[in-house]
Design a protein around this ligand. Structure first.
Ligand code: HEM
Length: 417
């Protein structure tokens, strides 16, 4: 299981490294197109004095932004979504997403029994959730097929039989006719890399029966499910973090002013003032206040703060003062770790200064305790992509606009005041 998991992760992990994200012209051009051509015009329109209702609902806007980001990275800009502009389909998609998620208990905790009962006609999930799940899978399949047919039509594509094995449907092949290669933003980075890694590894592990039956014997399923996982894992999480960040910056106007000053001084140093302000990912990553407000938002409002399960090794282990037997399921929670007062004093307070100007030892302890992306072999594969997306989105908005609260009555998590 661990071997299979490590193998799956290795197939695409290099397209999510910090170095790759910060140096890829494709990633940069996709961010530029999504933020300058799609997001900023919507925000600009929301600032007109006569607009009713006032303001803009940022949660939906960030859901759309992060969906456009992650699907562009996987399937290319024109092969991914345009949720920022296609609002009707976006709303339908969010409804599907919520509907399929409701009965996650049986699927997550008892997957084999759920599957077995389903084969006997006994369904532990409401029919509507099954339909929603199937529709979302079909939606991903359509993007996958369209991109596979584009890849097959790529001038440098050498027919090794892999794309044929993926059984691209006839209707999606038609999409090939309208597609032109040559634009960096249209490169389907993750999918392209996944397919070539699969091909390489398939040859290298020809004799490994276990891997063959789980991965190489079902190539199409492996590839589609892997990419679908990235979309589901990468969309809502990043959008939630951006929503909480915008809220906190709107509440704490003094912090917003400081962060804007950092961005505006960068903008003032640009030589070509006629081009739209769009600093590269590396430059954005070097801004201390921008970094601190994002880290503090992820600490105080981790998008995934529930239990992250792990199993103890067969020989048992010791965690802190506790001696644990082998094969036991335990869990860590960002919520708890981020409220350890020995590392984060006054933990309920959102205070970006925790992440600026602290001494080396404190900084190390904070980073060790920071668990918004988990850690170890199961750690989030998209953490650098998410940081890049959050920094670019925040910088593009706040270098041009100020934000204020119109209505934040739903913002405090339900178990809090
Ligand atoms: C602020 C944004 C994000 C947060 C807070 C977040 C958080 C997490 C957490 C807590 C985990 C579980 C880690 C563990 O069990 O130790 C995880 C796993 C994962 N995340 Fe993210 N994530 C974010 C964005 C993304 C993005 C943009 C992607 C896009 C690829 C992504 C893809 C994944 C995948 C594929 C896994 C499973 C990794 C594995 O099985 O080893 N995440 N994420």
């Amino acid at each position: 299981m661990a071997k299979e998991h490590a193998m799956r992760k290795r197939l695409v992990s290099h397209t999510y490294t910090k170095t790759f994200i910060q140096s890829s012209p494709t990633v940069a051009r996709q961010a530029r197109a999504i933020l300058l051509d799609r997001l900023l015009p919507i925000i600009t329109a929301s600032t007109t004095a006569c607009q009713e209702p006032r303001g803009v609902e940022v949660a939906a806007l960030f859901m759309a932004t992060s969906m456009d980001f992650i699907t562009a990275h996987i399937y290319g800009l024109s092969g991914g979504t345009d949720f920022l502009r296609e609002t009707a389909y976006r709303e339908h998609w969010i409804e599907m997403f919520i509907t399929r998620f409701q009965p996650s208990f049986y699927l997550q905790e008892l997957p084999r029994i759920t599957w077995f009962l389903a084969t006997c006609g006994i369904r532990l999930q409401p029919h509507i959730s099954i339909l929603a799940k199937a529709e979302l899978e079909d939606w991903n399949q359509a993007m996958f097929d369209k991109t596979a047919s584009r890849l097959a039509g790529h001038p440098s594509h050498q027919d090794t039989g892999l794309l044929a094995e993926l059984q691209v449907s006839d209707s999606s092949v038609a999409a090939n006719e309208t597609f032109k290669w040559g634009k960096a933003e249209d490169e389907p980075t993750v999918m392209q890399s996944l397919l070539s890694s699969l091909e390489r590894e398939q040859t290298a592990h020809k004799t490994d029966q276990a891997l063959h039956s789980k991965i190489y014997g079902r190539l199409a399923l492996t590839a589609k499910s892997e990419l679908y996982d990235h979309i589901i894992a990468g969309q809502e999480t990043t959008a939630l973090a951006l929503t909480y960040l915008t809220w906190k910056l709107s509440v704490h106007q003094d912090v917003q002013d400081l962060m804007r000053a950092e961005l505006l001084s960068l903008r003032a140093s640009e030589l070509d003032t006629s081009a739209p302000f769009f600093p590269d990912a590396k430059t954005l990553d070097s801004l201390p206040i921008l970094h601190a407000v994002i880290m503090e938002t992820l600490r105080r409002y981790p998008p995934f703060e529930g239990p992250l399960p792990r199993q103890t090794p067969e020989s048992g282990c010791r965690i802190g003062p506790y001696e644990l037997p082998g094969g036991v399921r335990i869990a860590g929670m960002a919520h708890t770790l981020h409220r350890d007062t020995t590392v984060f004093p006054d933990p309920e307070t959102w205070d970006y200064k925790r992440w600026t100007g602290t001494d080396e030892e404190t900084r190390k302890a904070q980073n060790r305790q920071f668990w918004a992306f988990g850690s170890g072999s199961r750690m989030c594969i998209g953490s650098h992509f998410a940081m890049h997306e959050m920094k670019a989105t925040t910088a593009m908005i706040y270098s041009r606009f100020k934000s204020l609260i119109v209505d934040d009555s739903m913002m405090e998590p339900e178990d809090e005041e």
